[in-house]
Design a protein around this ligand. Structure first.
Ligand SMILES: NC(=O)c1ccc[n+]([C@@H]2O[C@H](COP(=O)([O-])OP(=O)(O)OC[C@H]3O[C@@H](n4cnc5c(N)ncnc54)[C@H](OP(=O)(O)O)[C@@H]3O)[C@@H](O)[C@H]2O)c1
Length: 332
């Protein structure tokens, strides 16, 4: 196994976990080359110089990850690399985009990486692919399979929920509105993981032999947390009595049904139906290790890493020490 500083080619560097991962790789002394698009970030708000500032310390190369020629000529440029780290993922989760990014772009990148001498790949995936009911999960799983069968050393990191995905209601609660939850708020649970803790875990895969050739479900520290507990903690931090509004899952089912039916004739409705299905999935499925034999999620066998807690993050959001980060969709 190679040790010491590596030449690392990074995809998805401008995303939430990508940014943190680039920092973690640089901290460990690796040479980092990021392949990013010219307009990056949510809604393409980052111009090239913004990405350069955001990823200070790394070398940036600009091009199109979906285009194999661009990957080869503007990305790898005929140079040798040791490791491919990918935090690349569809920003929308829409089926077409998910297959283009989470699957096809990765297949091309893997081929280009192999030509560049890469012997190790670290892939950011998601714990929810263990129960793949959605198009983006199937696309991710299809690439996981290609990677596992590639013969290269792989670490497939499947994290639980990110802080940003669990912070969407901080503002509405601060403004005096009730906390929304499905059912009684205990239908699901997760072990939230911070960007920095996950990034450190990903960067650690380069050196830790026990994380190689493995699929790695991973959560943050502490016990699993339900949506109800998230709401209770937010109200406690604001010094207010808890106020909840329960949303029946049947409402989501109705929305999925109506949009799904309309989607047979209207492409826009089909796209919205998939978003509603994504929402329904997270309303009812826990982000914990799933035992297919029992059909249950199990917090006790979901591994933990790091030290940052969601409730410390909430405290920083509530007292204004940190601003909320919102992606294209708050659901995943
Ligand atoms: N949110 C959660 O709670 C959660 C939990 C577990 C796992 N995950 C998984 O974690 C992964 C990454 O999450 P994240 O929040 O870091 O993602 P993110 O912030 O949405 O970042 C996605 C990255 O992929 C890049 N990308 C997307 N489409 C592209 C395209 N067409 N061309 C070039 N680059 C493209 C983005 O580049 P641009 O900046 O150019 O758009 C960005 O760098 C996802 O696979 C997600 O499923 C999420």
């Amino acid at each position: 196994m190679t040790t010491g500083p590596r030449r690392v080619f990074v995809l998805g560097a401008t995303g939430t976990i990508g940014r943190a991962t680039v920092r973690a790789l640089l901290q460990r002394g690796h040479e980092v080359v990021c392949f990013v698009r010219r307009r990056a970030g949510v809604g393409g708000q980052l111009a090239p110089q913004d990405s350069v500032r955001l990823l200070a310390g790394a070398v940036l190369r600009f091009g199109e990850v979906c285009d194999p020629a661009s990957l080869a000529h503007e990305g790898f440029r005929g140079e040798r690399f040791d490791t491919l780290v990918s935090c690349l993922a569809s920003r929308t989760g829409a089926p077409e985009d998910a297959w283009a990014i989470d699957h096809r772009a990765h297949v091309h990148a893997l081929e280009a990486a192999r030509h560049a001498g890469v012997s190790q790949v670290v892939l950011l995936s998601a714990i929810c692919v263990q129960k793949p009911l959605l198009a983006f999960q199937q696309a991710k799983l299809a690439f996981e399979k290609v990677l596992i069968e590639s013969g290269l050393s792989y670490s497939i990191v499947r994290p639980t929920a990110f802080f940003k995905s669990l912070s969407g209601q901080v503002e509405r609660v601060r403004c005096g509105r009730p906390f929304l939850m499905f059912g009684d708020g205990t239908l699901t649970a997760c072990k939230p993981i911070s960007d920095a803790d996950l990034a450190d875990y990903i960067a650690g895969c380069l050196d830790d032999a026990s994380r190689q050739n493995r699929v790695l479900p991973i959560g943050g520290p502490g016990d699993a947390i339900t949506p109800r507990q998230q709401g209770e903690q937010l109200f406690a931090l604001l010094g207010r009595p808890p106020r909840f509004r329960q949303v029946p899952v049947a409402l989501l089912d109705a929305i999925v049904g109506v949009l799904g039916a309309a989607g047979h004739v209207l492409p826009a409705a089909a796209a919205k139906a998939e978003l509603a299905r994504i929402g329904r999935y997270y309303a009812t499925e826990s982000m914990l290790v799933h035992d297919p034999a029992t059909g249950r999620y199990d917090a006790a066998v979901t591994p933990s890493t790091g030290t940052d807690t969601l409730f410390e993050h909430y405290a920083r959001l509530v007292n204004g020490a940190e601003a909320p980060e919102r992606g294209d969709h708050a659901v995943f």
